[in-house]
Design a protein around this ligand. Sequence first.
Ligand code: IMP
Length: 193
Amino acid sequence: MTDAASDLAHLPEAYRANVERVLITSEEISTKLDELAAEVSRDYAGEELLLVGVLKGAIFVVADLHRLLTVPAAVDFMAVSSYGSATTSSGVVRILKDLEAEIEGRHVLVVEDIVDSGLTLDYLLKNLRSRRPASVEVLSLLTKPSRREVDLPIRYVGFEVPDVFVVGYGLDFAEHYRGLGDIVTLKPEAYGG
Ligand code: IMP
């Protein structure tokens, strides 16, 4: 993570005014994904993986991780929605899109953008385990440990972030900012914080 209140000149102009600072640069994300992919590839050597991306935030993590893996991997997606206010999770989860694949007997790696309270992932893991996969592990690019409400086994973690709302690299606020290469914080006035 960088402390620099970095140069934001490369960000789209429409977003620049709302950005407070760059928390994690695209280069740092790329380096971290190299490390995580190497670890996953080592751990699953000789096996086949099913990557389960959680839409929409995990789209870039899934895409970039998948291209770095040296083990065979299939990809599927789930979309879940938690009721509640825009920037916090209520723990009540609805499945908006289920997997197309059967996961019984398969090695599943859930790929997340961020684990905040953990309530969404907790629900998802219980749901997936009930389908009797051979194994279920989690990779999350980001985690906010100080916000955790349930104890969760996250096997692969990219970065720990403080209790701040972040966007970019798949993470959105009201569907904006997902396409930023960097992970940034927004000025409070940009999200009503
Ligand atoms: P949890 O159930 O509280 O762990 O929340 C998980 C979901 O909330 C994530 O998958 C994100 O979609 C969203 N979320 C939590 N924190 C942030 C954030 O800082 N920025 C953008 N989305 C977030």
